[in-house]
Ligand binder design. Structure first.
Ligand SMILES: [Zn+2]
Length: 268
Protein backbone atom coordinates (compact mmCIF):
# COMPACT_ATOMS: atom_id res chain seq x y z
CA UNK A 1 0.00 0.00 0.00
CA UNK A 2 1.39 3.43 -0.86
CA UNK A 3 2.40 5.31 2.30
CA UNK A 4 3.59 8.88 2.89
CA UNK A 5 6.86 8.64 0.88
CA UNK A 6 5.16 7.11 -2.15
CA UNK A 7 2.29 9.62 -2.13
CA UNK A 8 4.73 12.52 -1.63
CA UNK A 9 6.76 11.29 -4.61
CA UNK A 10 3.63 11.24 -6.76
CA UNK A 11 2.70 14.72 -5.53
CA UNK A 12 6.11 16.19 -6.39
CA UNK A 13 6.03 14.60 -9.84
CA UNK A 14 2.49 15.68 -10.70
CA UNK A 15 2.45 19.19 -9.24
CA UNK A 16 4.39 21.04 -12.00
CA UNK A 17 2.26 19.35 -14.67
CA UNK A 18 -1.07 20.05 -12.98
CA UNK A 19 -0.76 23.61 -11.65
CA UNK A 20 -2.89 26.06 -13.64
CA UNK A 21 -4.45 23.32 -15.80
CA UNK A 22 -8.21 23.25 -16.10
CA UNK A 23 -10.23 20.04 -15.85
CA UNK A 24 -12.22 19.96 -19.08
CA UNK A 25 -13.87 16.58 -18.82
CA UNK A 26 -14.01 13.33 -16.92
CA UNK A 27 -14.83 9.70 -17.57
CA UNK A 28 -15.65 7.03 -15.04
CA UNK A 29 -14.89 3.59 -16.36
CA UNK A 30 -15.76 1.77 -13.16
CA UNK A 31 -19.43 0.99 -13.77
CA UNK A 32 -19.63 -1.01 -10.53
CA UNK A 33 -18.71 2.04 -8.46
CA UNK A 34 -20.10 5.00 -10.36
CA UNK A 35 -21.62 6.42 -7.20
CA UNK A 36 -18.14 6.61 -5.66
CA UNK A 37 -17.13 9.14 -8.33
CA UNK A 38 -20.47 10.92 -8.70
CA UNK A 39 -19.46 14.38 -7.58
CA UNK A 40 -16.53 14.46 -10.00
CA UNK A 41 -18.84 16.18 -12.51
CA UNK A 42 -18.48 19.33 -10.37
CA UNK A 43 -14.75 19.39 -11.07
CA UNK A 44 -15.39 20.24 -14.70
CA UNK A 45 -14.12 23.69 -15.73
CA UNK A 46 -12.24 24.09 -12.43
CA UNK A 47 -8.59 25.12 -12.44
CA UNK A 48 -6.01 23.24 -10.39
CA UNK A 49 -4.60 25.70 -7.83
CA UNK A 50 -2.41 23.46 -5.69
CA UNK A 51 -1.39 19.84 -5.26
CA UNK A 52 -0.73 19.01 -1.62
CA UNK A 53 -0.64 15.96 0.60
CA UNK A 54 -1.94 15.04 4.04
CA UNK A 55 -0.77 11.67 5.35
CA UNK A 56 -1.46 9.20 2.55
CA UNK A 57 -4.03 11.48 0.89
CA UNK A 58 -3.31 13.58 -2.17
CA UNK A 59 -5.26 16.86 -2.20
CA UNK A 60 -5.86 18.63 -5.50
CA UNK A 61 -7.17 22.11 -4.75
CA UNK A 62 -9.70 23.54 -7.21
CA UNK A 63 -10.48 26.70 -5.26
CA UNK A 64 -13.88 26.19 -3.60
CA UNK A 65 -13.64 22.45 -3.99
CA UNK A 66 -10.93 19.88 -3.54
CA UNK A 67 -10.25 16.52 -5.12
CA UNK A 68 -9.18 14.02 -2.43
CA UNK A 69 -7.35 10.97 -3.72
CA UNK A 70 -6.55 7.90 -1.65
CA UNK A 71 -4.71 5.17 -3.50
CA UNK A 72 -5.95 2.37 -1.22
CA UNK A 73 -4.13 -0.93 -1.67
CA UNK A 74 -3.29 -0.85 -5.35
CA UNK A 75 -4.25 2.56 -6.74
CA UNK A 76 -2.07 4.47 -9.17
CA UNK A 77 -2.42 8.01 -10.44
CA UNK A 78 -0.43 9.19 -13.43
CA UNK A 79 -0.39 11.61 -16.32
CA UNK A 80 -0.72 10.42 -19.90
CA UNK A 81 -0.54 12.22 -23.24
CA UNK A 82 -3.49 10.22 -24.55
CA UNK A 83 -6.03 8.45 -22.34
CA UNK A 84 -4.63 4.93 -22.32
CA UNK A 85 -6.91 1.88 -22.40
CA UNK A 86 -5.09 0.25 -19.50
CA UNK A 87 -6.56 -2.53 -17.39
CA UNK A 88 -8.39 -1.56 -14.18
CA UNK A 89 -8.76 2.04 -15.31
CA UNK A 90 -11.37 3.57 -12.98
CA UNK A 91 -11.45 7.26 -13.83
CA UNK A 92 -9.83 9.74 -16.21
CA UNK A 93 -9.73 13.53 -15.89
CA UNK A 94 -9.10 15.42 -19.14
CA UNK A 95 -6.91 18.50 -18.71
CA UNK A 96 -6.88 21.73 -20.72
CA UNK A 97 -3.41 21.06 -22.16
CA UNK A 98 -4.66 17.83 -23.77
CA UNK A 99 -3.15 15.50 -21.17
CA UNK A 100 -5.09 13.12 -18.95
CA UNK A 101 -4.88 12.29 -15.27
CA UNK A 102 -5.56 8.56 -15.04
CA UNK A 103 -6.65 6.65 -11.93
CA UNK A 104 -6.05 2.91 -12.09
CA UNK A 105 -7.03 0.62 -9.23
CA UNK A 106 -7.04 -3.15 -9.53
CA UNK A 107 -8.37 -3.95 -6.05
CA UNK A 108 -10.85 -1.04 -5.84
CA UNK A 109 -9.89 0.16 -2.33
CA UNK A 110 -8.82 3.54 -3.67
CA UNK A 111 -11.09 6.56 -3.66
CA UNK A 112 -11.32 9.77 -5.64
CA UNK A 113 -13.74 12.24 -4.08
CA UNK A 114 -14.69 15.83 -4.64
CA UNK A 115 -15.39 17.72 -1.41
CA UNK A 116 -15.90 21.33 -0.40
CA UNK A 117 -12.41 22.71 0.29
CA UNK A 118 -11.28 21.57 3.74
CA UNK A 119 -14.52 19.71 4.52
CA UNK A 120 -13.44 16.17 5.38
CA UNK A 121 -16.64 15.13 7.19
CA UNK A 122 -17.07 12.23 4.74
CA UNK A 123 -13.44 11.19 5.32
CA UNK A 124 -13.13 10.49 9.07
CA UNK A 125 -9.51 9.25 8.89
CA UNK A 126 -8.47 12.48 7.21
CA UNK A 127 -10.59 14.62 9.51
CA UNK A 128 -8.96 13.18 12.65
CA UNK A 129 -5.42 12.85 11.34
CA UNK A 130 -2.39 13.53 13.54
CA UNK A 131 0.47 15.88 12.65
CA UNK A 132 2.58 15.56 9.52
CA UNK A 133 5.73 13.72 10.66
CA UNK A 134 8.12 15.88 8.63
CA UNK A 135 6.61 19.18 9.76
CA UNK A 136 7.42 21.16 12.91
CA UNK A 137 3.92 20.26 14.17
CA UNK A 138 5.29 16.79 14.90
CA UNK A 139 7.01 18.06 18.02
CA UNK A 140 8.88 15.73 20.43
CA UNK A 141 7.18 16.69 23.70
CA UNK A 142 3.52 16.16 22.69
CA UNK A 143 4.64 12.91 21.07
CA UNK A 144 6.28 11.68 24.30
CA UNK A 145 3.08 12.51 26.19
CA UNK A 146 0.76 10.78 23.74
CA UNK A 147 3.00 7.69 23.54
CA UNK A 148 2.93 7.41 27.35
CA UNK A 149 -0.84 7.84 27.61
CA UNK A 150 -2.38 6.22 24.54
CA UNK A 151 -3.74 2.72 24.90
CA UNK A 152 -2.87 -0.03 22.44
CA UNK A 153 0.30 -1.45 20.96
CA UNK A 154 2.75 1.03 19.48
CA UNK A 155 2.33 -0.56 16.04
CA UNK A 156 -1.46 -0.15 16.15
CA UNK A 157 -0.99 3.48 17.25
CA UNK A 158 1.35 4.17 14.33
CA UNK A 159 -1.11 2.62 11.86
CA UNK A 160 -4.11 4.51 13.30
CA UNK A 161 -3.01 7.88 11.74
CA UNK A 162 -4.33 9.68 14.83
CA UNK A 163 -1.01 10.46 16.54
CA UNK A 164 1.09 10.85 13.42
CA UNK A 165 0.06 10.88 9.75
CA UNK A 166 1.09 8.82 6.77
CA UNK A 167 2.62 5.66 8.27
CA UNK A 168 1.50 2.23 7.08
CA UNK A 169 2.80 -1.30 7.51
CA UNK A 170 6.20 -0.87 5.84
CA UNK A 171 7.38 2.30 7.57
CA UNK A 172 5.88 1.27 10.94
CA UNK A 173 8.06 -1.86 10.92
CA UNK A 174 11.12 0.04 9.70
CA UNK A 175 10.79 2.85 12.27
CA UNK A 176 10.22 0.42 15.17
CA UNK A 177 13.31 -1.60 14.22
CA UNK A 178 15.47 1.52 13.99
CA UNK A 179 14.19 2.65 17.40
CA UNK A 180 14.68 -0.87 18.87
CA UNK A 181 11.06 -1.06 20.05
CA UNK A 182 8.90 -4.19 20.01
CA UNK A 183 5.74 -3.64 17.93
CA UNK A 184 3.56 -4.84 20.83
CA UNK A 185 5.09 -2.40 23.33
CA UNK A 186 2.67 0.06 24.91
CA UNK A 187 2.87 3.13 27.14
CA UNK A 188 6.39 3.91 25.93
CA UNK A 189 8.83 5.66 28.24
CA UNK A 190 10.41 8.96 27.34
CA UNK A 191 13.65 7.62 25.83
CA UNK A 192 12.11 5.01 23.53
CA UNK A 193 9.42 7.50 22.51
CA UNK A 194 12.10 10.03 21.52
CA UNK A 195 14.05 7.34 19.62
CA UNK A 196 10.87 6.44 17.74
CA UNK A 197 10.16 10.11 16.97
CA UNK A 198 13.59 10.44 15.36
CA UNK A 199 13.34 7.06 13.59
CA UNK A 200 10.02 8.02 12.00
CA UNK A 201 11.47 11.25 10.63
CA UNK A 202 14.64 9.54 9.42
CA UNK A 203 13.01 6.61 7.66
CA UNK A 204 10.37 8.75 5.93
CA UNK A 205 12.91 11.36 4.76
CA UNK A 206 15.24 8.69 3.43
CA UNK A 207 12.38 6.91 1.65
CA UNK A 208 11.29 10.18 -0.02
CA UNK A 209 14.89 10.74 -1.17
CA UNK A 210 14.69 7.29 -2.79
CA UNK A 211 11.30 8.06 -4.38
CA UNK A 212 9.59 5.50 -2.14
CA UNK A 213 9.55 1.73 -2.02
CA UNK A 214 8.49 -0.03 -5.16
CA UNK A 215 6.43 -3.16 -4.70
CA UNK A 216 4.10 -4.98 -7.08
CA UNK A 217 1.95 -2.05 -8.23
CA UNK A 218 3.37 1.18 -6.93
CA UNK A 219 4.81 3.55 -9.48
CA UNK A 220 5.30 7.24 -8.96
CA UNK A 221 3.42 9.92 -10.89
CA UNK A 222 5.64 9.56 -13.93
CA UNK A 223 5.52 5.75 -13.81
CA UNK A 224 9.09 5.40 -12.52
CA UNK A 225 10.04 3.00 -9.78
CA UNK A 226 11.24 4.04 -6.34
CA UNK A 227 14.30 2.23 -5.02
CA UNK A 228 13.95 2.34 -1.24
CA UNK A 229 13.27 -1.41 -1.35
CA UNK A 230 17.03 -2.04 -1.15
CA UNK A 231 17.17 -0.01 2.08
CA UNK A 232 14.48 -1.93 3.98
CA UNK A 233 15.90 -3.48 7.16
CA UNK A 234 12.97 -5.65 8.29
CA UNK A 235 9.93 -5.34 6.01
CA UNK A 236 9.86 -8.31 3.62
CA UNK A 237 13.22 -9.47 5.03
CA UNK A 238 12.02 -12.60 6.90
CA UNK A 239 15.00 -14.92 7.49
CA UNK A 240 17.68 -12.41 6.51
CA UNK A 241 20.12 -11.38 9.28
CA UNK A 242 19.39 -8.21 11.24
CA UNK A 243 21.84 -5.50 10.10
CA UNK A 244 22.59 -4.64 13.70
CA UNK A 245 22.93 -8.04 15.43
CA UNK A 246 22.61 -10.70 12.69
CA UNK A 247 19.63 -12.44 14.33
CA UNK A 248 17.29 -13.59 11.52
CA UNK A 249 14.31 -11.27 11.01
CA UNK A 250 10.98 -12.92 11.84
CA UNK A 251 7.42 -12.19 10.74
CA UNK A 252 4.59 -12.22 13.29
CA UNK A 253 1.08 -10.82 13.40
CA UNK A 254 0.45 -7.55 15.26
CA UNK A 255 -2.61 -5.31 14.95
CA UNK A 256 -3.92 -7.72 12.30
CA UNK A 257 -0.94 -7.08 10.04
CA UNK A 258 2.13 -9.05 9.06
CA UNK A 259 4.87 -7.50 11.18
CA UNK A 260 8.62 -7.89 10.77
CA UNK A 261 11.10 -7.57 13.61
CA UNK A 262 14.39 -8.61 15.16
CA UNK A 263 13.58 -10.45 18.39
CA UNK A 264 16.95 -9.53 19.85
CA UNK A 265 17.03 -5.79 19.09
CA UNK A 266 13.32 -5.32 19.72
CA UNK A 267 12.57 -7.02 23.02
CA UNK A 268 9.13 -6.64 24.61
ZN1 LIG B 1 18.85 -7.23 15.64
Amino acid sequence: MPELPEVETIRRDLEPHLLGRRIVGFHVADVRARSKYRRLANARNQTIRAVSRRGKYLLVSLGDTELVVHLGMSGRLFLAESAPMVKHRRAVLDLSDGSHLVFVDRRRFGTLQLVEAGDYSTLPTLARMGPEPLSTEFAPEPWVTSMARANGSVKALLLSQRLVAGIGNIYADEALHRARIHPLAHHLGRRPALRLHQAIRDVLSEAIAHRGTTFSLHRDGLMNEGDFYAELRVFGQTGTPCRRCETPIVKVRVAGRGTHLCTRCQQP
